[in-house]
Design a protein around this ligand. Structure first.
Ligand SMILES: [Zn+2]
Length: 118
């Protein structure tokens, strides 16, 4: 299944570019897919915000998995209104939260999402 290496959205086989961020799709993600236990840390509705936060977290050495939370509820409504959930390996949660909070505090990204507390 084609997948976007940037925002990790999955597409049908006929798709070649991500409709969210216009990145060329790949057949499967490289090894930076989080394979161990993950924890949701942040939710947002803006695809570009999810992409930017992924970049910021990657710079911190935190691997990120972006899930599309609403796709199960609204399978015909993928796109701008879909809620993106940023998940990281459970042992990276503290670092991920700190990086997101400081990025928002510094105005690097807009505070358009919500931190998911457990
Ligand atoms: Zn994408």
């Amino acid at each position: 299944m084609p997948v976007c290496p940037s925002c990790q959205a999955e597409y049908e086989a006929s798709m070649t570019r991500c409709k969210e961020c216009d990145t060329a799709l790949v057949d499967k993600l490289e090894t930076n897919v989080v394979s161990e236990d993950t924890t949701d840390v942040y939710a947002c509705y803006e695809p570009q915000l999810a992409v930017r936060l992924t970049e910021i977290l990657n710079e911190e050495g935190v691997e990120v998995l972006v899930r599309d939370r609403s796709s199960n509820l609204f399978p015909t409504n993928l796109g701008k209104t879909a809620q993106r959930v940023i998940a990281v390996a459970t042992h990276d949660v503290g670092r991920a939260r700190a990086a997101i909070e400081s990025a928002i505090a510094d105005g690097v990204v807009p505070a358009d999402g919500e931190m998911i507390e457990r």
